[in-house]
Design a protein around this ligand. Structure first.
Ligand code: ZN
Length: 186
């Protein structure tokens, strides 16, 4: 599914829909392309959120889902806070880093602080490429907290969502069903 400007305009879709129960705004991931992931069941009451990440984590997330820092994968790999992000030694007072973080905004999730840029050289075309990745997920209503964003930005990051509601977090990985891998080329 391509959400680039051309395709989106051509489909005459809205930018915002409502999903889940109680209903929440779902802002389309405009500019991105979505590769669908296979899921057992499509939940009817879940909300939609995004999780930007580094491309090097995609394989592990596809295999084991999103996990919170402190957890171990079945392979024995310890999940840690990402370098440069809040951790036990550096965080605002009371902030719990041992959670899975998502956002209802792809603009916030897709920020380079989360979805950092992957650069590679394509031999065939002789071009240098840059891309970012994020996951699209369903998340169970009532399973997550809603908080203010945690990057340095004093402007409204997403015109459809207040800054105070940009960061969703949960300790319950079973509340999250990943259903799309999003990619955007720079
Ligand atoms: Zn397109």
């Amino acid at each position: 599914m391509c959400y680039c400007k051309n395709c989106h305009t051509h489909r005459r879709d809205n930018e915002v829909y409502q999903r889940g129960s109680p209903a929440k705004d779902y802002v389309l991931p405009l500019g991105w392309a979505r590769i669908p992931l296979r899921v057992a069941d499509v939940p009817s009451k879940h909300h939609i959120a995004f999780h930007g990440t580094d491309s090097e984590y995609v394989k592990s997330i596809l295999k084991y889902g999103l996990r919170k820092p402190g957890d171990k994968t079945p392979d024995g790999e310890l999940i840690e806070e990402r370098r440069g992000h809040f951790n036990d030694d550096m965080k605002p007072e009371g902030f719990d880093t041992k959670q899975i973080f998502l956002s209802p905004s792809i603009i916030y999730s897709g920020n380079r602080a989360y979805a950092n840029i992957k650069e590679w050289y394509d031999k065939e075309s002789g071009t240098k490429n840059k891309a970012r990745v994020a996951f699209q997920a369903w998340i169970r209503p009532g399973s997550y907290d809603v908080n203010h964003h945690t990057i340095s930005a004093d402007y409204q990051i997403d015109k459809h969502i207040p800054n105070s509601e940009l960061e969703w977090s949960t300790k319950d990985k079973s509340a999250i069903i990943l259903y799309g891998l999003l990619i955007i080329l720079e």
